[in-house]
Design a protein around this ligand. Sequence first.
Ligand SMILES: CC(C)(COP(=O)(O)OP(=O)(O)OC[C@H]1O[C@@H](n2cnc3c(N)ncnc32)[C@H](O)[C@@H]1OP(=O)(O)O)[C@@H](O)C(=O)NCCC(=O)NCCS
Length: 175
Amino acid sequence: MALRWMTYEPHTYVRVTDRVVYRWIQAWRQGGGALASVVELRETKALAGIVEVSIAPHGAILGFIFSRSYWRVGYAAEAVKAVIDVAFESFHVWRVWATCATENEPSRPVLEKCRLEVEGTLRRWVVSPLVSPIPRDSFCVAITKEEWLTQGSLPRGSIENPVLTPHNPSTALTQ
Ligand SMILES: CC(C)(COP(=O)(O)OP(=O)(O)OC[C@H]1O[C@@H](n2cnc3c(N)ncnc32)[C@H](O)[C@@H]1OP(=O)(O)O)[C@@H](O)C(=O)NCCC(=O)NCCS
């Protein structure tokens, strides 16, 4: 099960989740920090996943998690591509990057499909508490602004007009 590579344990109290959601909303209000986008199915409005992008002065770091019911149908890659476009277009960062446990097999192809290249291995970088308290190796992957500009916007598939800007926090990406 891929969830074991997450850097946190499942929440056991709703108030913990509430706090996380509250921080995401605050970040949107302030137009920076850890911004979360909800990916929902157009037909049913079911929550398919979440892509988080943390905006720093020059770079943005990605994280994502999708509901097991919607794995392997392309939603993660499509949503992550859209968020990368928004990070470059709306937040003017120079680099979008992520880390991914070297053993997290489902995550790496998502990042590759989004054109993030492996820059190296961060040794003993990540703790996946469901696996072990001992830090494990992670890939560091990134796409620079130049690469993004050269290659053009990433194909967005069925996500239309992702209006995810600092001034429009309430709009979710829809699938
Ligand atoms: C990683 C995760 C988001 C992938 O979501 P997904 O919606 O299944 O991904 P996609 O359907 O967009 O797949 C994108 C590519 O990854 C490949 N892929 C997805 N899961 C895979 C798996 N278990 N093994 C091998 N390849 C896999 C797909 O085949 C696809 O490549 P293709 O188009 O060439 O076939 C999902 O497994 C998840 O939520 N895992 C737990 C959280 C996590 O690990 N997040 C990442 C932290 S860095």
